[in-house]
Design a protein around this ligand. Structure first.
Ligand SMILES: [Zn+2]
Length: 563
């Protein structure tokens, strides 16, 4: 088996992509049947696969060592040429849509693929390539700015990621000071952050208008490849969260305050649910991987086998190193059909997410190659995040391998997942407001943000925190800048994952087999159909979260008694 580090890299030049597209067009022009078009399509997709591979591989190598000038230049190349590759892909989609053999093609290749072609076409036009490149440049500038930003805490200088991790410590005074330090640090660069966002909102709004849309919202949804739900359905979902989940979470927070012996939950208490030390892994990296292998072997032979393959291919890079990118992700290399996971182990509960959440993504990527459709992949991000977030809960029975007090971990995990949802919908509604009102001043945006905090997190007290109490929390939520409208997918998937938790406690075998079926289907079926097959109510349906909220409270109460 080839190790990930041995996968050879070569740049995929845009000229090669253009030649492949020209050949596809010529073959379409000469096609005498749907089968001729399908054969041409396969050749084009093969070429496109080389592009996806090279782009993913260069990005991966760059994140492993951000000081590597060679891969930095390669990443810049794909950043710059990404819109041109998008143009080729959209041209291909357009050809498929307008083919004289369309009806037969749809029958042979499936209607769903054509839905995605349509969305690709609606989100792109050569007239906006210039703007797309400008947008990429601003996003890169923002993320560079954020990663270089230094905060001061107790006389020490540190990046935001390190400072934020202090919000999860058991010492309340340290948490409060960390929150103050975040506010003070952000205040110094607030104007810069407002300026970044302002430029992005106007660029995106301008692109939408050039394409004939009223504002960026529709275009943003198309760019997310959303074919299964629209902004009205998302608004209904947010309302479900407010009606059915927020009261449960407010109650959970009230109990948490009692447990922690504090009068109310402040911004700096939001991530803490248990008194005393927060749960951390009891074992080191080798122990975590050995535990994960044993856990998956016990769960299912197929999943255990896949874990063994991932380890043999050295498809995990989890050591925090100087120069390594600080985040975590799961990516995949299509030519080798090899998923890969990057993370930075820190000795916290987050390390366990790597072998549960990211591994859920990797298993889904592997299933796309085996059972799915490589063009459609995992479908929308809401579906992809179901694979990862649900796996976190299916791993609950194995948590004794990683934590000395597994119930303490489970309790914190459940409370954290639940209370994430209101925050996520704030991030989502904020973006709808921002793009509906591109004319808003920074002050108006902050005001809108504050109102959303009151609507969805009435239990959370900003307690006069410098700068943060002014409605600026969104300024360090990178998705708002980098990936518009992405965030709601985490919330939708989180509700699905919680249903899997409920199901797994009633009948683990049934829950697992439904999960495997969901993962194997990837994006080949609409989100609603996937949920129906899994026996999960649609989060868009009015009142559908009511039973879920009650069940989560029941599980939390049960676990709390064991703490
Ligand atoms: Zn994920």
């Amino acid at each position: 088996m080839m190790k990930v580090s041995e996968i050879p890299y070569t740049r995929y030049p845009i000229e090669e992509g253009k030649a492949a597209f020209a050949a596809f067009c010529a073959a379409c022009d000469a096609a005498k049947s749907a089968d001729d078009v399908i054969a041409a399509r396969e050749r084009f997709l093969e070429a496109y696969k080389h592009y996806r591979e090279s782009s993913a591989l260069s990005n991966c190598r760059f994140t492993l060592n951000t000081r590597d000038a060679f891969y930095q230049a390669e990443v810049d190349y794909y950043d710059e040429n990404g819109p041109l590759f998008a143009e080729l892909y959209t041209g291909y989609a357009d050809r498929m849509l307008s083919s004289p053999f369309r009806a037969e093609l749809e029958e042979k290749l499936g209607r769903r693929r054509f839905d995605f072609f349509e969305v690709a076409k609606k989100s792109f036009d050569p007239r906006i390539i210039d703007d797309m490149q400008k947008e990429n440049a601003v996003v890169t500038e923002y993320s560079k700015f954020m990663s270089e930003l230094v905060f001061e805490f107790e006389g020490e200088k540190m990046p935001l990621s390190v400072l934020r991790s202090k919000l999860e410590l058991s010492d309340r005074e340290i948490r409060r000071k960390a929150a103050v330090a975040i506010g003070e640090g952000l205040a110094k660069v607030g104007d810069r952050l407002d300026d970044f966002y302002d430029r992005l909102v106007h660029l995106r709004d301008g692109m939408a208008r050039k394409l004939g849309y009223e504002n960026f919202i529709k275009l943003g949804y198309y760019r997310m490849n959303r074919v299964d739900y629209d902004a009205d359905m998302v608004a209904r979902f947010r309302e479900n969260v407010r009606e059915n989940l927020v009261p449960c979470i407010a109650e959970l927070k009230r109990k948490t305050a009692g447990r922690l012996g504090i009068p109310g939950v402040c911004f700096w208490d939001d991530a803490v649910y248990v008194a005393g030390d927060v749960p951390v892994p009891k074992t080191d990296k080798a122990g975590i991987f050995a535990g994960a292998q044993a856990m998956y072997d016990e769960m299912d032979p197929e999943i255990g086998g896949f874990m063994r393959e991932m380890i043999a291919a050295e498809a995990f890079d989890v050591d925090a190193r100087d120069g390594k990118w600080g985040g975590g992700y799961c990516t995949s290399f299509p030519l080798e059909q090899q998923p890969f996971i990057l993370a930075n182990f820190a000795g916290t509960a987050g390390d366990i997410d790597v072998i549960t959440h990211e591994f859920g993504h990797a298993f889904a990527a592997r299933n796309v190659y085996r059972f799915g459709d490589e063009e459609i992949e995992e479908g929308g991000m809401e579906t992809a995040e179901c694979h990862s977030m649900s796996m976190e809960f299916l791993c609950w029975p194995g948590m004794g391998r990683f934590f000395a007090e597994p119930d303490k971990y489970r309790f914190s995990h459940l409370c954290g997942c639940l209370s994430f949802i209101p925050y996520g919908v704030i991030v989502d509604e904020f973006q709808h407001i921002a793009y509906e009102h591109p004319e808003y001043t920074p002050a108006q945006r902050k005001e809108a943000y504050l109102a959303l905090e009151k609507k969805y997190r009435p239990y959370l007290d900003y307690a006069g925190l410098p700068y943060l109490s002014e409605g600026t929390r969104w300024q360090y939520q990178m998705h708002i800048f980098e990936s518009p409208f992405y965030y709601i997918d985490y919330c939708l998937a989180q509700t699905v994952a919680l249903w899997f938790l409920k199901m797994s406690r009633e009948d683990y075998g049934k829950a697992l087999s439904r999960y495997i079926a969901l993962s194997r289907a990837g994006g080949t079926r609409p989100f609603g159909e996937l949920l129906e097959a899994a026996g999960i109510p649609s989060p868009f349906e009015e009142g559908s979260l009511s039973a879920l909220g009650a069940e989560c409270v029941r599980i939390a109460d049960e676990l709390e008694k064991k703490l």
